[in-house]
Design a protein around this ligand. Structure first.
Ligand code: PHE
Length: 370
């Protein structure tokens, strides 16, 4: 630091030389502007050392006064220069330190967002709504706690049907009188009761999908007591099996992103549809690859809405007809993304969610494929 200081005038003598040396040392030792200011005041301040020497000039014998005065002035110049130089150095250092500590690097990549991700179930539900929405369907919903009538009776499920057996259905404590005790409320075992609610709420034509939670007393690697279903209901004057097949084929191909996914309709039985059909897609049983391999995988249930179900909702089956379908949201999600086990869907394991989650800023857009 003393390097930047001007050389001490070599004609200073004795006490003046000592004051110059002492000040240079104090300046060099001052680590910051506050310490520097203390040195400045101690030398040039009102009772500073140089000020005192100047004041004492009057006491100098007249014959030495001129020379002493000139020496003091040279010392004052030298000290002022040294003090100013030290301040410039300290100010530069302070600025450098600030620049270093407050530095921003505009070339750094953006920090990863801390925001959450979309759960694969939620993503699939969005995709279902997007695809059927593009076909002109509304989205309907209903309560998770249903009456026996909505969940079973109105859907033409007779009392002896296995779906009513205790091992499938969660029954809730009965409310009200003794008659109600015979048909206690249930946690809906499928989304089909929303078919009934929708038909009671609005006259046909109807085009709607229902996406929501369902419950069955089942628990293993492929069954969870709570799961999700998607239901579809289309009612109009001239809706046929052909519409059902076209609609579901289009949906499955759009959802799985495979324009030539093989889709097979196989006759089946549901109490609330007639005729009923199970829908299979082509896959390779060995590798799990969809659309290849010549094996078939059952994926959903469907059929033409049973005339008795229409009548139960006050819709004249001689005038109106339509189709309905229901499928498991978890199942198609696992198939689409190669997720081998059902259980982690509900375990909130952050590592699983990071792996299978979806960017919330990349919404479901049909024109990009879902
Ligand atoms: N509700 C049926 C189930 O849960 C699926 C289904 C819905 C079948 C609509 C036909 C029509 O298995």
């Amino acid at each position: 630091m003393t390097d930047d200081l001007p050389p001490a005038p070599n004609d200073l003598t004795g006490d003046l030389q000592a004051l110059k040396a002492e000040t240079d040392q104090a300046l060099a030792a001052a680590p910051d502007l506050r310490a520097w200011d203390a040195v400045r005041i101690a030398v040039l301040g009102r009772s500073g050392k140089l000020t005192m020497l100047l004041r004492d000039l009057g006491k100098t014998p007249p014959e030495q006064r001129r020379e002493r005065g000139a020496a003091l002035n040279r010392l004052k110049d030298a000290l002022t220069t040294a003090i100013d130089a030290r301040r410039a150095t300290l100010e530069d250092a302070a600025l450098d330190a600030r620049l270093a500590s407050e530095r921003i690097d505009p070339t750094l990549p953006p920090r990863p967002r801390e925001a959450g991700l979309i759960h694969p179930i939620a993503r699939t539900m969005e995709e279902i709504a997007a695809i059927f929405g593009a076909m002109g369907c509304t989205v309907s919903d209903g309560p998770d706690v249903e009456s026996d009538w909505y969940n079973f009776g109105a859907l033409n499920i007779p009392a002896h049907h296995p779906a009513r057996a205790d091992h499938d259905t969660f029954y809730l404590p009965p409310r009200g009188d003794a008659a109600a005790a015979n048909s206690p409320p249930v946690l809906r075992t499928h989304t089909s009761p929303v078919q009934i609610r929708t038909m009671l709420l609005q006259p046909p034509p109807i085009r709607t999908v229902v996406i929501g939670r369902t419950y069955r007393a089942d628990h293993d690697a492929t069954h969870s007591p709570m799961f999700h279903q998607c239901e579809g209901l289309v009612i109009d004057r001239d809706i046929t099996l052909g519409h059902l097949k076209g609609c579901l084929t289009d949906f499955l191909r759009a959802f799985f992103g495979l324009a030539d996914l093989p889709v097979r309709f196989r006759s089946s039985y549901f109490p609330f549809t007639e005729p009923s059909m199970e829908v299979d897609i082509g896959w390779d049983r060995r590798t799990g690859e969809l659309g290849k391999g010549g094996d078939w995988l059952e994926i959903l249930g469907s059929g033409m809405v049973h005339p008795r179900v229409l009548a139960n909702c006050g819709i004249d089956p001689r005038e109106w007809q339509g189709f309905a379908f229901g499928m498991g949201v978890e199942r198609i999600t696992m198939l689409k993304h190669g997720i081998p086990d059902l259980r982690p869907f509900y375990e909130s394991d952050i590592r699983w969610l990071r792996h299978y989650g979806f960017n919330p800023l990349a919404p479901t857009m049909l024109h990009e494929g879902v």
